[in-house]
Design a protein around this ligand. Structure first.
Ligand SMILES: C[S@@+](CC[C@H](N)C(=O)[O-])C[C@H]1O[C@@H](n2cnc3c(N)ncnc32)[C@H](O)[C@@H]1O
Length: 310
């Protein structure tokens, strides 16, 4: 089987996929350890017997609806390859907006203040760690602030398995210096982050589960195998399903608790669904947040809501 034949095979087999050729190319790049240029300019290269078998079994898995990232174990996000498995949500391009907004705030805060101090950042509901790791990596590599002021980042997630993956990704993707700035805490929202009336963080950034229960059930029917824990937002603090079906229960609790865990002037930046961004804005305004803003993603959908703690 040549590269060209492999791509044609994927096209004929992956009828349900919106992007069969892209799926085939990502799998081929993973198997052949090559880049897209190689795929395009070496279409007559023969796959070895082993490579062909891996390719065909990957296509079989993809036919069940399993996302390519769970087949290859890798997903690119903000320019880095993150390791993923079925315990973590696959990082989505929309979530890059959270990284941009957090980096912008940190940069502005640094330039606005003469008595620069080391900021503290919390990546709540951290999953693969893609958000916090990308913030830290970008700030260090692009020298957004002096290295000596690189923020400390606390990764918090309710799932121990996702924290293990976030830690592995941090070790692999961050410099030794930046990795020393990371802390990993298993926690139901802020439960294990220590009570503090004076606040702990300057930035809380989060892509929490925010999909209504009914939509989560529908989404999971396509065989994507992403953890329901990472998607459904209608879960209360005791882990029970609420009756609201608005995807906002985790967001409500996260906003209420953030008030106790942010320094005054600190920012909370949340990813939301386009369908619950305005309700999220209202919850923030009804709490102690001011200057509450909604941001659109590249597709023009309402995707982030941020607010400054008064
Ligand atoms: C939408 S995923 C986001 C993962 C990652 N930050 C990303 O953007 O790809 C939500 C994450 O929240 C975690 N989670 C769910 N309920 C939680 C809770 N009550 N407290 C902390 N983390 C929670 C899940 O385990 C999952 O990793």
């Amino acid at each position: 089987m040549t590269i060209s034949q492999a791509r044609k095979f994927a096209l004929s087999e992956l009828k349900f996929s919106p992007s069969p050729i892209l799926d085939a190319d990502v799998i081929l790049k993973w198997i052949l350890k090559c880049d897209q240029t190689f795929i395009l300019f070496h279409s007559e290269t023969e796959l070895s017997e082993l490579q062909k078998n891996i390719f065909c079994s990957s296509i079989e898995k993809r036919k069940t609806g399993l996302p390519v990232a769970y087949i290859t174990g890798i997903k690119e996000f903000f320019g880095s390859d993150f390791e993923v498995d079925k315990n973590v949500l696959i990082p989505k391009p929309d979530t890059e907006l959270l990284v941009e907004n957090a980096v912008n705030f940190i940069e502005e805060k640094f330039h606005a203040s003469s008595d620069c101090k080391i900021l503290s950042v919390c990546d709540m509901c951290s999953g693969s760690g893609c958000v916090g790791i990308s913030i830290l990596k970008f700030i260090e590599e692009k020298k957004i602030i002096p290295k000596s002021l690189l923020p400390k980042i606390i990764f918090a997630d309710i799932s121990k398995k996702t924290l293990d993956i976030a830690k592995k990704n941090s070790l692999r993707l961050l410099s030794e210096f930046a990795f020393e700035k990371t802390v990993f805490v298993q926690s139901n929202l802020f439960e294990n982050l220590g009570q503090s009336r004076n606040g702990l963080f300057d930035v809380i950034v989060s892509n929490p589960p925010y999909i209504p229960y009914s939509q989560t059930v529908e989404l999971l029917k396509d065989g994507r195998s992403e953890p329901s824990l990472a998607l459904c937002g209608d879960i209360d603090l005791n882990g029970n399903l609420t009756n609201f079906d608005d995807g906002l229960e985790i967001i409500r609790n996260l906003i209420f608790q953030s008030v106790d865990f942010l320094n005054p002037g600190g920012i909370l930046i949340l990813e939301t669904g386009e369908y619950n961004a305005f309700q999220t804005k209202k919850i923030m305004e009804d709490s102690e947040f001011k200057d509450v803003k909604i941001y659109k993603d590249l597709e023009g959908q309402f995707r982030n809501v941020s607010g400054i703690l008064a």
